[in-house]
Design a protein around this ligand. Structure first.
Ligand code: LLP
Length: 425
């Protein structure tokens, strides 16, 4: 398992930010998500440093669908980032954490009327409009609204098809070539209320090739140039979305933020050459900020060897706290957290406790021979794990503990069985 900066070993036991995983497990129970708050802050700092330009204004939005909670919102607020929310629930969480509304961007392809009202009443900074109907609805409110239009730039990125978002038939955004875009822009031009500040695109998630982002930026700038000219637009903002890949398992590179500086320079080159009015560039990473900050501690239960010789190791969670292996064939690394110096000699399949054959967290992994009561630690579970957790089989959601400045604290409580029946009538 790759060790991140917060991991160390003491007396055979894995330490996360100097807290032994056995102590964390006995204090907070398992399964347990442990989030390294210092790592997130560090990523924010590094990103801000790389995504900076001497002429262009820049802004980094945390795409909070990766992990939405009051504690994380407070942390990114402290780091002076802006926030991408995509639902009334995420907006409500941001409000509850006192996140400044003037740094919130409200996304979504099917915002409800209630959500749009909620966002406008809250005074969010920008509505990122996904489609023509949404724009026409917002226009009909006769209320001043600053918007970005989400474009589908038609870039095929190398990632799992479920997390591609910019192929021609994607449900997100409006394609440049589509008639809807002309109508949408004409609507903005004619409107007394809608202020079209700029454009947005997001080509997919867990993308490692810088060239995909460069292509998207080039397409966006080319088309903005044409639109600016055709409609005499004064668009000053361009948001290139998120999707930057992270390390989960071998063969995946560690993201080098240098490409963001190159991307900005590329954009600036075009903007200045063609005299475009864009003054502010944005990106909105989710995973990049939080994925490697998270680890999940499970207690190992029973083991079993099948007729054909497969060794199953069962943990006390599974697809309910990490759906990604089942949904996207995502691969994770893990270790037996209380046997760190023992040789990895047994080939296991790590499976969860859900009533579903697909509830497998790791297909083949060499680990020290385990016994019931050992602890399995799965790394890089900070993004899209808690936020996609479910109650399948009526399994309560685990607690989340954040460690910041050496201090661990519960930031989301463990659910109880009573929590599960709270809404049953
Ligand atoms: N901006 C927009 C408009 C998005 O739709 C997304 C992700 C992001 C930013 C952030 O993408 P990130 O930097 O985190 O890759 N559940 C999937 C990922 C779905 C991503 C959806 N949109 C997974 O677990 O891999």
């Amino acid at each position: 398992m790759k060790f991140f900066s917060n991991m160390s070993i003491e007396n055979e036991t894995l330490q996360l930010n100097n807290h032994s995983i056995t102590d964390l497990a006995s204090t907070y129970g398992t399964p347990l998500y442990v989030i390294d708050g210092d790592y997130i802050k560090d990523q924010c700092k590094k990103l801000k440093h790389s995504f900076k330009h001497k002429t262009l204004e820049t802004e980094i939005l945390y795409a909070s669908k990766a992990f939405s909670s009051k504690a994380i919102y407070s942390l990114v607020e402290e780091m002076d980032l802006a926030l991408d929310v995509v639902s009334g629930g995420e907006l409500h969480t941001a409000k509850a954490s006192n996140f400044p509304m003037e740094r919130i961007y409200f996304h979504g392809n099917n915002k409800s009327i209630k959500e749009i009202d909620m966002a406008l009443n809250a005074g969010v900074h920008r509505i990122v409009v996904d489609n023509l109907m949404e724009l026409e609805y917002i226009n009909s409110l006769n209320q001043h609204v600053n918007i970005l239009i989400r474009i589908n730039p038609g870039i095929e990125a190398h990632t799992h098809e479920y997390i591609q978002t910019a192929n021609d038939d994607s449900k997100f955004g409006i394609s440049f070539e589509s008639y809807d875009l002309n109508k949408a822009i004409q609507c903005c031009v004619d409107s007394k209320y809608i202020n079209l500040k700029g454009f947005h695109c997001h080509i997919g998630s867990q993308i490692h090739e810088a060239s995909s982002f460069e292509k998207a930026a080039a397409v966006m700038l080319d088309q903005i140039k044409l639109l600016e000219h055709k409609y005499q637009l004064n668009v000053t903002e361009l948001n290139l979305g998120g999707g930057f890949g992270v390390y989960y398992s071998k063969d995946q590179p560690i993201t080098d933020f240098g490409f963001l500086t190159d991307l900005l320079n590329q954009c600036y080159g075009y903007i200045s050459k063609h005299n475009l009015k864009i003054k502010k560039m944005m990106i909105e990473p989710g995973r990049l900020l939080v994925a490697n900050a998270g680890s999940t501690i499970y207690e190992i239960g029973f083991t079993k060897t099948t007729l054909s010789g497969k060794n199953y190791l069962f943990v006390d969670g599974g697809m309910t706290d990490n759906i990604r292996p089942a949904l996207y064939q995502a691969e994770y690394e893990a270790c037996v957290g209380n046997k760190m110096t023992q040789p990895s000699q047994t080939l296991y399949t790590v499976a969860g406790k859900c009533c579903e054959s697909g509830d497998v967290l790791i297909k083949d992994i060499l680990l020290p021979t385990v016994k019931k009561g050992d602890f399995l630690v799965v790394a890089s579970t900070g993004a899209y794990n808690y936020s996609m957790a479910s109650h399948y089989n009526r399994i309560p959601k685990p607690a989340v503990v954040m460690i910041e400045n050496q201090t661990a604290r519960t930031v989301i409580k463990r659910e109880t069985y009573d929590d599960l029946i709270r809404f049953d009538c």
